[in-house]
Write a protein that binds this ligand. Structure first.
Ligand SMILES: Cc1cc2nc3c(=O)[nH]c(=O)nc-3n(C[C@H](O)[C@H](O)[C@H](O)COP(=O)(O)OP(=O)(O)OC[C@H]3O[C@@H](n4cnc5c(N)ncnc54)[C@H](O)[C@@H]3O)c2cc1C
Ligand SMILES: C[S@@+](CC[C@H](N)C(=O)[O-])C[C@H]1O[C@@H](n2cnc3c(N)ncnc32)[C@H](O)[C@@H]1O
Length: 668
C-alpha cells in the first residue's frame, strides 16, 4: 500500500462547457463565471494595491503568500503585472510567490485551463516547464522573464501545516496575502483559526491581505489574530469581499521548532562574504550570494578551483531513494528534484555538459529489490521515477543488464569542474587561489581569515566549505566529519559501451560516453593504501560493473585504462550534509546540558552561534544533488528570504544536530 505521507492527491475536477473547472472534492467553483482574470485582478492584485507598491519598491524583494494555488491564475496574473511594472526600468527585486495546495491540479489539467488565457501564455509556459511532481513538501523553483525574477515556492500539503513549517522567528515576513481557499462554508478545514494564527506569525506591519470571502467566521478569526479588516464591494454578483492589514501589537514567537534549531538574526548591512573552499559547495554558494548582491571572496588552497573532489570531468545527479517517508527521505527527493531543475535552467546559458539522459538504478540483489519495491510504492504515480522490468532495463539502457530496477528519466550527468567554473563567472566574485585559510578570528564584529603568509581577508560573513578540512578550524573542529576515497576511470569507446544510452548504477556506476571516452566509477574506500593504488582500485571498479553487467565489464576490461582520477569524499555519520549556522560549542553545551539528564527536556533558550559563521560540507557522494539546494538555502537564510526547504528538512541538516544528539546520548 502506498504510504499517504508522500503522496498528494490531485484535484478531482469536472469542466463546464466554457472550460471552467469545478472541484468535486470541495463541491465548489474555482472562479467567478463572469471573468476569472478580472476577478483575480480585482480581488487580489488591486485590493492589495500591488501596482502602486511595486512602483515604489526600489530594489527590495516582495513576498506574496497564497492559500490555494489551484489553477495558478492568480500566480500568472501576478507575474504579468510584475513584468509590466518593471518593463521599462530594470530592477534587482525578486518576487517571491509562496503558495500551497492540498489537492493541486495535475499538469494536464493546468495546461487545459491555461489554453483559455492566451494573454498569460508566456507565464503559463514558464510555469508548466517547472511544475513539480505532486510530492508533499516544498518545491522552490526560479522563473526568469528576461531580467525579471520570480521565485515560486509551491508547498504541497495542508495550508496551516505548510505555513507553520516555514516560520522562523528571525525569518522573512510576507508583504501581501491572497486568501483563496474556496467558500469557508464548504471548506472549514482551510479557514480554521490555526491558519489565521500561522498567517499572522508570518506577517509584519504593512502586510496586507484580501479575500473574496466576507464570511463572519473569517472576519472574526483574522481580527482575533491582529488583522484590521474592512468590507469592500465584491466582484461581479458577489456583494462583499474583505481587505485587511496586519498590526503587529502582540506578535509572539509562533515557532514549534526545538529551541536549538532556531536560526540566528543575521545583519546584512555590510554585504561582504568570504567562502573557504572552491569546490561544488563553495562555488554554488558564491554564485547564489553574488546574484543577490553580495561581494564574495572565494579562498582556495589549490592553484585552481574545483581541483579536489569536485574536479571530476563527469558526475551523475543521483537520487537516493529511501523506503521511509521521514524528513530525511523527503530531503533526498526534494534536493534531487531541485538539482535537476537547476541544471536544466543553468545549462541554457552555461556549458556544463548537462545530459539529461536518464538513470537506471539496478536491483543488484534481493535486499535491494525489496528496498526498491518498498520505495516505489511510496512514490507511485510520480513522473520522476518508475519501476522497470529486466527487458525494459535492457531496452532503455541499450545494453544487456538482465535485471530489474528503477528509472529516473530526468536524471543525468554533467561536468562538475565546468559547473564550478561557470558558477564563479560573476563580477561580484573574486577568487584567491593558492591561498590556504589557516585561522578564523572574530574581532570587532568582523571575521578575519588569515592565510599561511599572514595575509588577512575580512568580512562579516564567512562560510566554511572546505569539506573534511573544516576540522582544521577551531570553530568547526567538533563536527564528526569522515573521509572516503573514490576513483573514476576512463576507458576508450567500444562498439558495446557506446550503445549505452543512460547512466546505470548498482554498486558502482557507468556513464554513457562521448565520442572519445567512457567513464565508470564507484569504489568507496576508507583504506588510504588502496586509494593510492590506482590500478587496484580500477580492478575493483570493474568488479562492481561486473555485478551489474558482466558483458560490459568484460568489454571495458579488454581495453587499456585511459585515465583515472582519485578524490576524497567527506560525509557525516548520518550521511546528510551539514548546512547552516555554526554554533558556539561551549555555550550550547552549557545551555542544553540538561538533555544529558533528560533527553526530552524542553528548552526556550535559543542556541548561541558564532556570529556570521556558516558551514556547508559533507555532501558525501551526492554533491551534485545536494549542493544546489544547500547553496540556495544558505543564501536565503543569510538574506532572510523564503527558504527552499521546510523546517523539518532543514533541521536534518542543521550542524547543531550532532551536539544535541551527543548530549542526549550523554556523550559530552
Ligand atoms: C571519485 C569521485 C566520484 C564522485 N562522483 C560523484 C557523482 O557522480 N555525483 C555526485 O553527486 N557526487 C560525486 N562525488 C562526490 C562529489 O564530488 C562531492 O560530494 C563534492 O565534490 C563535494 O564538494 P565540496 O565542495 O564539499 O568538496 P571539494 O570539492 O573537496 O572542495 C573543497 C575545497 O576546499 C579546499 N580547501 C580545503 N581546505 C582549505 C583551506 N584551509 N583553505 C582554502 N581552501 C581549502 C580544497 O582544496 C577543495 O578545493 C564523487 C566524489 C569522488 C571522490
Ligand atoms: C479557489 S481555488 C484557488 C484558485 C487559485 N488561487 C487560482 O488562482 O487559480 C482553492 C484552492 O485551495 C485548495 N485548498 C483547499 N483546502 C486547502 C487546504 N486545507 N490546504 C491547502 N490548500 C487547500 C484547493 O485544492 C484549491 O486548489
Amino acid at each position: 500500500m502506498p504510504n499517504q505521507e508522500n503522496i498528494i492527491k490531485p484535484a478531482r475536477l469536472s469542466w463546464d462547457d466554457s472550460g471552467n473547472p469545478y472541484s468535486e472534492d470541495y463541491q465548489d467553483i474555482y472562479y467567478a463565471k463572469a471573468d476569472a482574470l478580472a476577478e483575480s485582478s480585482y480581488i487580489f492584485l488591486a485590493a492589495n494595491n500591488l501596482a502602486e507598491r511595486w512602483q515604489q519598491l526600489s530594489n527590495k524583494n516582495f513576498i506574496i503568500g497564497e492559500c490555494g494555488f489551484g489553477g495558478g491564475l492568480n500566480f500568472l496574473n501576478t507575474c504579468k503585472l510584475w513584468c509590466e511594472i518593471f518593463k521599462k526600468n530594470s530592477t534587482n527585486s525578486t518576487l517571491y510567490y509562496l503558495t500551497c495546495d492540498l489537492h493541486p491540479f495535475t499538469k494536464d489539467d493546468l495546461t487545459y485551463l491555461h489554453q483559455k488565457y492566451p494573454e498569460l501564455g508566456t507565464y503559463s509556459d514558464a510555469l508548466l516547464k517547472i511544475y513539480p511532481p505532486l510530492l508533499s513538501g516544498i518545491h522552490s523553483r526560479d522563473l526568469n522573464f528576461g531580467d525579471k525574477k520570480v521565485v515560486l515556492i509551491f508547498m504541497l500539503g495542508n495550508a496551516t501545516e505548510m505555513f507553520e513549517q516555514i516560520y522562523q522567528a528571525n525569518g522573512f515576513r510576507v508583504d501581501a496575502w491572497y486568501l483563496d481557499g474556496f467558500s469557508p462554508l464548504l471548506n472549514s478545514n482551510m479557514w480554521d483559526k490555526l491558519l489565521c494564527s500561522a498567517l499572522a506569525a508570518l506577517s509584519k506591519a504593512e502586510t496586507t491581505l484580501s479575500t473574496y470571502s466576507a464570511a463572519g467566521l473569517v472576519k472574526k478569526s483574522l481580527r482575533r489574530n491582529g488583522f484590521t479588516i474592512e468590507r469592500k464591494t465584491g466582484f461581479a454578483n458577489k456583494r462583499h469581499m474583505l481587505v485587511g492589514k496586519y498590526n503587529p501589537i502582540d506578535q509572539q514567537n509562533n515557532s514549534r521548532q526545538p529551541a536549538w534549531f532556531h536560526i540566528p538574526n543575521i545583519n546584512q548591512d555590510d554585504k561582504r562574504a568570504i567562502i573557504i573552499g572552491a569546490g561544488l559547495a563553495g562555488c554554488s554558494t558564491a554564485s547564489e550570494l553574488a546574484q543577490t548582491g553580495w561581494q564574495v571572496t572565494l579562498i582556495e588552497r589549490e592553484p585552481k578551483i574545483a581541483n579536489k573532489a569536485s574536479g571530476n570531468p563527469k558526475g551523475i545527479v543521483y537520487c537516493k531513494l529511501s523506503n521511509s517517508t521521514d524528513a530525511i527521505a523527503n530531503y533526498y527527493l526534494h534536493s534531487f528534484l531541485f538539482a535537476v531543475d537547476h541544471y536544466e535552467q543553468f545549462s541554457k546559458s552555461n556549458d556544463i555538459g548537462w545530459q539529461s539522459c536518464g538513470l537506471v538504478q539496478i536491483a543488484f540483489d534481493e535486499r535491494e529489490k525489496k528496498r526498491q519495491i518498498q520505495a516505489i510504492n511510496k512514490l507511485s504515480n510520480l513522473s520522476f521515477v518508475r519501476h522497470l522490468n529486466s527487458q525494459e532495463v535492457n531496452k532503455i539502457s541499450g545494453v544487456n543488464i538482465d535485471n530489474e530496477g528503477l528509472f529516473f528519466p530526468y536524471s543525468g550527468f554533467l561536468n562538475p569542474r565546468a559547473l564550478c567554473n561557470a558558477y564563479t563567472q560573476h563580477n561580484n566574485i573574486s577568487c584567491l587561489t593558492n591561498t590556504e585559510a589557516l585561522n578564523l578570528n572574530f574581532k570587532n564584529n568582523i571575521w578575519q581569515v588569515e592565510d599561511s603568509s599572514a595575509n588577512i581577508v575580512q568580512a562579516p560573513i564567512v562560510i566554511i566549505a572546505n569539506s573534511h578540512d573544516a576540522s582544521n578550524f577551531q570553530q568547526s573542529r567538533h563536527y564528526p566529519l569522515t573521509k572516503s576515497f573514490g576513483q573514476i576511470d576512463q576507458y576508450p569507446v567500444t562498439e558495446l559501451n557506446s550503445s549505452l544510452n543512460c547512466v546505470v548504477c548498482g554498486k558502482g556506476y557507468v556513464l554513457p560516453g562521448s565520442s572519445d571516452s567512457q567513464f565508470i566509477g564507484g569504489i568507496t574506500n576508507t583504506d588510504k593504501a588502496l586509494a593510492t593504488n590506482i590500478r587496484a582500485v580500477a580492478e575493483k571498479n570493474l568488479e562492481l560493473v561486473k555485478s551489474m553487467s558482466p558483458s560490459l565489464a568484460k568489454d571495458y576490461g579488454k581495453n587499456v585504462l585511459t585515465k583515472s582520477r582519485t578524490g576524497v569524499r567527506c560525509s557525516s555519520p548520518d550521511y546528510l550534509p551539514l548546512i547552516g549556522p555554526v554554533e558556539n560549542k561551549e555555550q550550547c553545551q552549557d545551555i542544553y546540558a540538561g538533555l544529558s539528564r533528560n533527553a526530552k527536556k524542553d528548552f526556550t533558550q535559543m542556541a548561541e552561534h558564532q556570529t556570521g559563521l556558516f558551514i556547508n560540507v559533507a555532501h558525501g557522494s551526492h554533491g551534485l544533488s545536494s549542493t544546489p539546494v544547500a547553496a540556495k538555502y544558505l543564501t536565503n537564510l543569510i538574506n532572510k528570504s523564503p527558504l527552499p526547504l521546510s523546517n523539518a528538512n532543514a533541521n536534518c541538516l542543521h550542524p547543531i544536530r550532532y551536539l544535541i544528539s551527543n548530549l542526549k546520548k550523554q556523550l559530552l
